[in-house]
Design a protein around this ligand. Sequence first.
Ligand SMILES: Nc1ncnc2c1ncn2[C@@H]1O[C@H](COP(=O)(O)OP(=O)(O)OP(=O)(O)O)[C@@H](O)[C@H]1O
Ligand SMILES: [Mg+2]
Length: 358
Amino acid sequence: MHVERLALVNLRCFERVSIEPHPGLNVLLGENGSGKTSVLEALYLLSYGRSFRAGGSGAVVQRGAEAATIHAVVRDGNGTHRLGLTRGQRDWVARVDGQPVGTLGALVRLCPAVCVEPGSQLLVVGPAEHRRRFMDWGVFHVEQQFLEAWQHYRRALQQRNALLRTMVAGRQAEIWEQRMAEAAERIDGLRQAYLTRWFACLKQQLAQWLPELGEPRWHYHRGWSATEPLDRVLATTRERDQVIGHTRAGAHRADWTLAFAEAPERHQLSRGQTKLLAIACVLAQFEIFRAGHGEAPILLMDDLASELDQSHTNRALRYVRSLDAQVWITGTQLPADISSMQVFHVEHGQILPSRSSA
Ligand SMILES: Nc1ncnc2c1ncn2[C@@H]1O[C@H](COP(=O)(O)OP(=O)(O)OP(=O)(O)O)[C@@H](O)[C@H]1O
Ligand SMILES: [Mg+2]
């Protein structure tokens, strides 16, 4: 799938811009603070319903404006859709083909994107929540039942947490613990199946990006004991959970980690290796999505060259060019070979196409 047109209104430094990107590689060039990341952020918002930057989603609204809007025409194997996403001071309003949609889920399924940005290194060195989100995005797009299982789980978890705080948990909590346990088993099964496929794909990526690290291993923690059902675990931890006021074990605490023969601890990786590992993780996710849907998601790479040496940057450029997918890259310098790509110059609140070639 790819974006045929993108328009931004009152989004960060852009008052009103509209571009027609290349179906393949698009490179956004500009000085620091010119707005390159904001363009990728807009595409990410359409795909995830939230930003990858700190500051909350309201921060995307241009200072002094009431609301920010992103319009996009996206084409997939079934035709085109017009997507609209408006952020006011508090809420999102999503539209598909001119009609409001009740949940962001209906919009984000139509604009799937995978993204490498400076914060992606948190996938490797950050807290579990980053890895959980990454894994769940993949599962959500490949397994239709995941969303329902997750919604059931979250509702039951919220009910249990509310009961814990009233200090009268006991029998009532048991009902919700059982529901959590049922949904957690389903979530765990889907996550494990996804990660198994993803890791097989990741191994191939790592062989080209980080061969020096040796054999990779992955470890998955489902969020509670690997041998006991969740309701039994929760029954035994109920009193302790009451003291802290929330549930410590369950599918909401899942995590996965990677280790290498030549770098058993994640903090032994250099900054460039950490970035290359994040790139490999995302490209494996890209491939699993494409295999499941028969269509590639959009690939976003913010500040591709930062932390990478010239040879890795060139290799990454050659690789993404060969993907047969829409790719968006930002940078401050023109790549050496600009054939078959659209270069946009981002400056003074404008996005100007500089050259287009087949
Ligand atoms: N809500 C806002 N309203 C107006 N301007 C904003 C808002 N949020 C950010 N900006 C400005 O928008 C500009 C775009 O920032 P962005 O991070 O997209 O730049 P960039 O081209 O990616 O820079 P860099 O090369 O440093 O990564 C910055 O000058 C920033 O100060
Ligand atoms: Mg930037």
